[in-house]
Design a protein. Sequence first.
Lengths: 297, 342
Amino acid sequence: MAKLSAHVKQLAAADRWTYRASRQSATEPAAWAALALTAHGHVEAALRPARWLADLQQDSGAVGITANDLAPCWPTSLSLWCWAALDRAQGSSEFQQNIRAAAEWSLADRGKSAPQSSHIGHNTELVGWSWAADTHSWLEPTCMFVLGLRAAGHDAHPRVREGVQLIVDRLLPDGGANYGNTIVLGQPLVPHVQPTGLAMLALGGEPSSDSRISRSLDYLRTSIDPELASPSLAFAGLGLAAMGRRNAQSDQIIHDALDAPHAAEPLSTFEQALLLLALAPNAAMDGASAEPLGETL
Amino acid sequence: MSEPVQHVESKGLSRRALLAAGGASAIGLGAISAIAAARRRERVFIARSQRYDGDLARTICDGLLACGLAAPQFRGKRVLLKPNLVEPTRKIPHMTTHPAVIIAAADVFRGFGASVTVGEAPGHVRDTQMALHESGVGEALRDSDLAFADLNYQEVGWRENAGRFSKLPGLFLPQSVLEADLVVSMPKLKTHHWVGVTASMKNLYGVLPGIKYGWPKNVLHHNGIPETVADIACTVPRTLAIVDGIDCMEGDGPILGSRKSLGLILVGANLAAVDATVARIMGLEPTRVSYLKLAAKRLGPLNERLIEQRGERWQDVADPFQILDLEHLQQLRADRSGWLFS
């Protein structure tokens, strides 16, 4: 536990929130850092990245990917989530206006649908969220927007409900998920851990009994391995936790990855935040039962 | 100078460009029209009987020399090797560029006095560390003390779209691409279930950052795959191709196809000419491949009379690939009689 505490302190002290490849802060790592710090009870420290995100929020309510890159705006989803989590943790309404604007933007933003095609296995007519404007709905952004809007109390909104439907629809027949295609030209595609973990995180608390969900959880459970890269490992942990399948063995592997004695490079704040979030007492941070935060939309 | 002239001279690692003073910039070397570029003779080197445990560095070095590219032209230059790591999984090793080819190329360019980085923006997976692990490339880079640039998450710069085949006004390129003196496209030779073939031009989709274009890079798809393939090839400055054609993919490429062993390495300074040769080896007619058709207008020759074959002749190594029984793919076949197809 002492080591975990040291990692939390290190994340709390970070002056930038970056991916491994970048030197400048990016909004996604900042949002995950705020979420991880909040989940570990370091609310004061979480306010710094959360306020940085608030500063970057555009008049439209959207949040771009860095201070310099105003688009695409998929990190609006995670910003919304971290602001809602922080306001709830503080019992405050500091981010109320940010939440309202971000939720409004998110609910108006739509991935492109397309007529059904015999070449494509998923339901192309369902509307979720896309990575970039005017493109198709994909699994991962839809998961992030479902999580953000749910945390802000919009779980019952028809857009969120359709998003959940889309996530289930994009699970592979034998379980697991990839970027969001299922069957192309008659062949089922290959699952990957990170999108599967994110999908399970987004589906946490949902009543669906679709057998692909239990198969996806089996896939995650068997994929957790010390060799797994940190982001995938963290998402696997988060997905299992959200579905009540967290266990001591996977937690230990995540702990070990956080200490990463074998790693050639130190963890980025992005990786550190994800691993810490996966080890938080309430790793899934389920906001499904929350009342809407911010003004009624 | 018209835009097409700038484009022709600023892209591709022509021998003339490398022979220019310092090789740092090819812009302004002369007024060669786009039409002339498509009619200019280009060299493509083919080596057969290659193995991943063979002396691939020697083969690549021979290929560069055969294409008129020699050590002094690379000394002090920043070389970015761009393999294909689109969606690595240990279950399908023939989907991604083999680590041995990457390391061999790195050894050659380092031996020439260049500084070498390997960079990729995997198109279907956000966890790049996972992609490096599953492909075996991460371990190979560590063993060879080679730096990796994660092109999905680097800082980006905007460049005007030099191709203008699509409506995209410009492209966001990662820092490592913008700073490189030379980008070496190192594709795996594969079929592609939408556009027929993926080689050195299509592989350059992987220099565009996912953080801007998504996973998959759906912005490009919505603007037309052939058009954006040609746009990227026009816009990325100074390129070269080294193709992993040893264990290839046929059938339902670029992800789920079957392994097909050809044992080939191809090298060339003109991506269009290299990819046209690849298509011929696979039994496809390059002028029917949509993005090559566009490339023929601007990037380089498809006509085999304008492609100087070095090493092996393509006719001697040609081995038709199985392609899916779909009309948009079958129409690419050079000879529609007598082949197997899945």
